[in-house]
Design a protein. Structure first.
Length: 316
């Protein structure tokens, strides 16, 4: 594991947002750099523990003040905060953190949203983009039913092609979507990870060990237990709502440029969905596919995602 970086600007603050306490770590090589807000994937995944990984791979801090934000109920948060999560509260919180970061830095913010975090961020930007300069949306979740169908087809195809009995048993145990509780949702993530659909070349056991290590390093042993407990609680709250998510029904149209990026090997975002996003994109937007990347494009192709963040700042 990489050691924690040392930055001239490195402070962690606790924000009181809508009656909940949420932590943000702000890092940069020097004060005054333009701000980037990272809106983490989910549901329920903390981010402060992943800051070191972002710093090692994307290396944004030499040019930006990067805000790593543990969303409502995530990480070492009160259990009652994890019980007060909905799609609406997530979008509300993105708006609030953008306002705080813009006021803190006295600059407009570039938002880097990942997966479901990109969904929240796009909706927040459509509501109020006055403090946002541009957005980079990595593997945005746009239509859960379409994504679920694509994953089911992918799993069946791989099982048939490989004649993998263990995989076939896991798929049978998984059942059919929608997945409204943590157990099947997490089983599917394990299957997709082992098949290379989440991070290229990384298996579930390896990523699980990395996660547990980072949780203990960031939050301590008790905090790590709380973070895992909160993740399950948030998933129980959000998964029924996420199952009905369909941005295409009313596509959010913020008054800022949005740079969409997808992984060509991502089973969660089929090519039909990428084409659908392209059809919804405004003239100022861009849509890019990294052919060999999985769902976590920012980890599989960090140089590409970094270049999009720089472009989002410099061109707008």
């Amino acid at each position: 594991m990489s050691q924690r970086h040392s930055y001239a600007l490195d402070s962690t603050v606790t924000l009181d947002l809508h009656g909940t306490r949420q932590r943000v770590r702000l890092c940069g090589n020097r004060p005054g750099l333009p701000p980037v807000l990272v809106v983490q994937a989910g549901p329920g995944l903390p981010l402060l523990n992943e800051a070191t990984k972002f710093q090692r791979l994307l290396q944004l801090e030499p040019d930006f003040s990067v805000a790593y934000w543990d969303q409502r109920g995530c990480g070492h948060a009160a259990s009652e905060d994890a019980q007060r999560v909905s799609l609406k509260t997530q979008v509300d919180d993105v708006c609030a953190v953008v306002r705080w970061l813009a006021d803190e830095t006295q600059q407009r913010v570039v938002v880097l949203g990942i997966s479901l975090g990109a969904t929240f961020a796009l909706q927040a930007a459509a509501r109020d983009s006055s403090r946002i300069k541009a957005m980079v949306a990595v593997s945005i979740d746009a239509d859960t039913a379409c994504s679920d169908a694509a994953v089911s087809s992918f799993l069946r195809e791989v099982s048939t092609q490989t004649d993998n009995r263990r995989l076939a048993r896991s798929i049978e145990k998984l059942g059919t979507p929608p997945y409204l509780t943590p157990a099947p949702f997490q089983l599917r993530e394990r299957l997709l990870t082992d098949l290379g659909g989440i991070e290229r070349g990384r298996r579930f056991g390896e990523l699980l060990r990395e996660l547990l290590y980072s949780l203990v390093r960031t939050y301590g042993w008790l905090g790590a237990v709380m973070a895992l407990r909160n993740m399950n609680a948030i998933q129980r709250q959000l998964l029924p709502e996420v199952a009905t998510l369909n941005l295409f029904a009313h596509w959010p149209r913020p008054a800022i440029p949005v740079h969409y990026v997808f992984g060509g090997r991502d089973p969660l975002v089929p090519s039909s969905m990428v084409q659908g996003v392209s059809g919804m994109a405004a003239n100022r937007d861009t849509v890019v596919t990294a052919p060999d990347a999985g769902h976590m494009v920012h980890f599989d192709e960090p140089a590409l995602v970094r270049s999009l963040v720089v472009q989002a700042h410099c061109r707008h």
